[in-house]
Design a protein around this ligand. Structure first.
Ligand SMILES: Nc1ncnc2c1ncn2[C@@H]1O[C@H](COP(=O)(O)OP(=O)(O)OP(=O)(O)O)[C@@H](O)[C@H]1O
Length: 331
């Protein structure tokens, strides 16, 4: 559906000048500096996938998205959207992709929401019947009628995003590219937007590429994640495998019914490594012990079998590493 092949973007900017009238002096400066925002980026998104595209501030995410939908021209490499180049076949690509920038709206600020769809339908040359059919379908997912007559500037952030998603989908593209769709929203609005996005992907078959700084968005929605840093791809794969690769421990907490006894070998380390057991003690309480293990090396059941020999097990909890921690580790 979507392919980035050796994609690069270098911006050439004037070197800032100091002193009086520095803004004007910078503008006419002959000294230039090149910033490579995206370097030799390769990835593919297959039809029906929901892929997270993440990285720290300034990593090159927005620059990539702008190249994917034809707003920016690559300095090298190319983009293919259903086989078309956004640079050469912009019209065809626009038909295939809907784009939403969470920080900006494509709706008309002072007009009632419904008027924006009239304008967009005219821009996409949709007949009144096509427009109505599509709005009925979008209503099933996005529930717009309740604020249909409200001017866009008076909508809540969550309502406006529902409007923006509908605007991006009005011409029924196969793919949605979303840049920070939940930015600034409270927990409830975020949850609602995630529900809409899940439905669009699962029930309506939309392929989605999602950029966000909210790791809950990624964890709850995406099957796969692409991580970029300083313009380069540093990971592309499943979230579960990313966890394993980073090697943050899975913590297993065992509560014992009465006293428990740690065998001499394990005790000796006083909370340090127990190489043979494949885990290490990270916390000890009166009737509870917590151990950490790397799941790519040791199975939880193997660890549990060993811990059950220390006393009578009453309860077990398995805590996976927090996704936010994993991401900080790789950035
Ligand atoms: N028009 C431009 N001219 C010059 N440099 C630019 C331009 N647009 C982006 N950059 C630079 O390219 C790099 C990547 O920026 P980009 O906005 O793509 O990052 P990002 O990953 O989207 O960051 P954020 O998460 O903060 O939105 C940054 O160093 C930025 O300063």
């Amino acid at each position: 559906m979507l392919e980035a092949i050796g994609l690069e973007k270098t911006f050439v900017t004037s070197v800032p000048r100091a002193g009086r009238f520095k803004a004007v002096r910078t503008l006419f400066s002959r000294e230039k500096r090149a910033v490579t925002a995206v370097k030799a980026l390769d990835f593919r998104v297959a039809p029906g996938e929901f892929v997270g595209f993440i990285g720290p501030n300034g990593a090159g995410k927005s620059t990539t998205i702008k190249m994917l939908c034809g707003i920016l021209h690559p300095s090298a490499g190319e983009v293919r959207v259903a086989g078309h180049s956004p640079q050469r076949d912009r019209r065809k690509v626009v038909r295939k992709i809907g784009v939403v920038f969470g920080q900006r709206t494509q709706l008309w600020w002072d007009l009632p929401l419904k008027d924006s769809f009239d304008i967009l339908a005219a821009m996409f040359r949709l007949s009144p019947a096509e427009k109505e059919r599509q709005l009925v379908r979008l209503e099933e997912v996005l529930r717009l009628r309740e604020f249909w007559d409200t001017p866009v500037r008076k909508l809540s952030l969550g309502q406006r995003m529902r409007g923006d998603l509908a605007a991006a989908l009005l011409h029924d593209p196969e793919m949605l590219v979303l840049d920070e769709p939940t930015i600034g929203m409270d927990v409830t609005a975020k949850r609602q937007i995630r529900t809409h996005l899940k439905l669009l992907n699962e029930a309506y078959g939309k392929t989605i590429l999602l950029t966000t700084h909210d790791m809950d968005d990624i964890e709850q929605l995406c099957q796969r994640v692409i991580v970029i840093s300083r313009g380069e791809r540093i990971y592309d794969g499943e979230i579960g495998q990313l966890r394993e690769r980073i090697g943050l421990p899975t913590v297993i907490r065992v509560a014992y019914r009465g006293d428990y006894r740690i065998p001499a070998g394990a005790e000796a380390g006083g909370g340090a490594d127990v190489p043979d057991g494949g885990f290490r003690i990270v916390e000890r309480r009166e009737r509870e012990v917590a151990v950490g293990c790397n799941r790519s090396e040791t199975g939880v059941m193997d660890v549990l079998r060993q811990l059950s020999q220390w006393g009578e097990v009453d309860d077990v909890r398995v805590e996976e590493p927090d996704f936010e921690d994993i991401i900080h580790r790789i950035y």
